[in-house]
Design a protein around this ligand. Structure first.
Ligand SMILES: [Zn+2]
Length: 531
């Protein structure tokens, strides 16, 4: 019933529609909606979706860029399919297009942990103990000793440093991963002064010279805090932890640094897993000397404090009891940021096979004329053995991935127009060597991607240089605008580019990351070119 009401609203407002934006081909609103909620105020409900779409239509929009885990559309349960079908019928009745957005490679694309981009962890020390080989952690020496049962009181600072900020130094061994564990209680500390760890690691280049752990509230309760890190060379690191302010009291009941094993290994085509004798270096055989190691079962790295991977040793194994071993494996490549991020590997044939299934199902359900590739903020790439074996730089690796995505879609219907976020394809944005955990050059990337992709640049502050770059390389663009900027400076920046480059842009996108559609009508007025 709600849908019919929305149709009536849209019909009534049709006469005022298209006051703005009539000239642009694409006038889209970004809609993350997973259809599993209920009620018009729930951003994941069908009611919310139809309500926003009806408003958008009335204002002059003509498309909804729909983000709803379509990567797994071929596995959706019937009730979600019914919701999506209802959303599609509603949009059809208004003449609104649904543009599917799929294959979020940079954020893991709904892939299992075993498909994440991975990296080598070499020569982990193991030892056979009876029927198992277990992680055998090397000892860690903390300069100044372990810190146990200590109390730090706030008060006058010493040389500008808080008395509740503690420093310890210890030496890391190359390749070994560590976890710092502390049991901490803070009382009387202001809310904003959260407990934190920072590790200063000399070999990590300037920009990421430290890892910072999530901050924990000073709420008078005991907290078990863990802080994982690893060394790229044998080196001494300094760890600073505690509160940075001078007010309150902090107790530490336990502080330890220990070597960290792996919770599981990436096991897919092209990724090695080896076990060798620590003394002679001779290799042992999987399936004979140790039981077959299954793919990593956890989503990412697993818990920092274990349980760690153990090898089952069959009776006929050639590994003697007590034998020291070195295990080399790959694990998912974590990019530590506000929210830990894993990317999908672009060299995994299973991922492309799943894209085919997804695309067929999306085609059945939505019959789109336009398709958007959710390829952005790719922060791990080209680090796994399967990628490195291809000997491609980032430009060609990304070019190959997007070419395959386009082929998958165009096989369904040769007229579908494909769109993609612009940041990973533009040297003025994220496409530069050394970006996060990506390996290789991005030089010439515009020549490596399909030339008929429509690019969606979205960094409003650099709208001018991005537009100039895509114009020079012969691409069309969709302006990725708004981003919850109620001043509409962002919209104005893109409007200026559309006015300067007539014909370059297919249109624009009202993109909100906060489910805030309050500016949808105002945005359209602000972004529409005046000439
Ligand atoms: Zn890879």
């Amino acid at each position: 019933m709600k849908h019919r009401a929305n149709i009536r609203i849209a019909a009534a407002l049709a006469c005022v529609a298209l006051a703005f934006g009539g000239a642009a081909e694409d006038r889209w609103v970004f809609m993350p909606c997973h259809f599993w909620g209920k009620g018009v105020d729930n951003p994941n409900s069908l009611e919310h979706f139809t309500n926003i779409v009806a408003r958008a239509k009335a204002a002059g929009y003509n498309g909804a860029l729909l983000s709803c885990h379509l990567d797994l559309a071929h596995q959706w349960p019937p009730h979600l399919v019914r919701q999506l079908t209802a959303a599609k019928s509603f949009c059809d009745s208004l003449g609104m297009e649904i543009i599917p957005i799929t294959w979020d490679v940079g954020y893991g694309g709904d892939c299992p942990g075993n498909w994440f981009e991975s990296r080598e962890i070499a020569d982990l020390p193991y030892v056979r103990r009876g029927g198992k080989a277990v992680f055998d952690p090397p000892p860690v020496t903390i300069e100044g000793g372990a810190t146990e049962n200590l109390t730090f009181e706030g008060g006058a600072s010493t040389r500008g440093k808080s008395p509740m900020r503690v420093y310890r130094r210890f030496t890391l061994r190359k390749g070994v991963r560590y976890v710092i564990h502390a049991r901490v209680r803070s009382t009387g500390v202001p809310e904003k002064d959260k407990f934190q760890f920072i590790g200063f690691i000399p070999s990590i280049p300037k920009k990421s010279a430290y890892y910072s752990a999530p901050k924990h509230a000073a709420d008078g309760e005991w907290h078990d805090l863990v802080f994982p890190l690893e060394a790229r060379s044998d080196e001494q690191i300094t760890l600073a932890f505690g509160h940075w302010g001078n007010e309150g009291r902090m107790e530490i009941a336990k502080f330890e640094v220990r070597a960290r094993g792996i919770c599981g290994a990436t096991r897919r085509a092209g990724i090695p897993f080896t076990v060798k004798d620590a003394a002679s270096g001779s290799l042992y055989k999987e399936g004979r000397d140790y039981a077959e190691v299954p793919p990593i079962a956890v989503r990412g790295e697993g818990a920092a404090l274990g349980p760690y991977l153990e090898l089952e040793i069959p009776a006929a194994s050639r590994i003697p009891d007590g034998q020291r071993l070195l295990v080399s494996a790959e694990i998912p490549n974590l990019f530590r940021s506000a929210h830990d991020q894993y990317a999908a590997c672009m060299s995994n044939p299973d991922y492309y096979a799943r894209m085919e299934k997804c695309a067929q199902r999306v085609q059945e359900l939505l019959r789109p004329k336009k398709w958007f590739f959710c390829f952005d903020e790719l922060r791990s790439a080209n680090t796994c053995a399967a990628c490195r074996a291809r000997k491609l730089d980032m430009a060609h690796l990304i070019g190959d991935c997007l070419t395959r995505q386009r082929e998958i879609v165009r096989r369904l219907s040769p007229d579908i127009v494909c769109y993609v976020w612009g940041d990973m394809l533009d040297p003025n944005h994220n496409a530069h060597e050394g970006y996060a955990h990506t390996l290789g050059s991005y030089e010439g990337i515009a020549k490596c991607i399909p030339q008929d992709l429509v690019i969606c640049p979205w960094w409003g502050k650099k709208a001018d240089v991005q537009t100039a770059y895509w114009a020079a390389n012969g691409f069309r663009c969709l302006a990725g605008a708004y981003y919850d900027d109620k001043t509409h400076k962002n919209a104005h920046a893109w409007r200026k580019e559309m006015e300067t480059h007539p014909g370059l842009f297919t249109g624009w996108l009202y993109a909100t990351w906060r489910n805030d559609y309050s500016e949808m009508e105002n945005f359209l007025r602000e972004v529409t070119p005046r000439k």
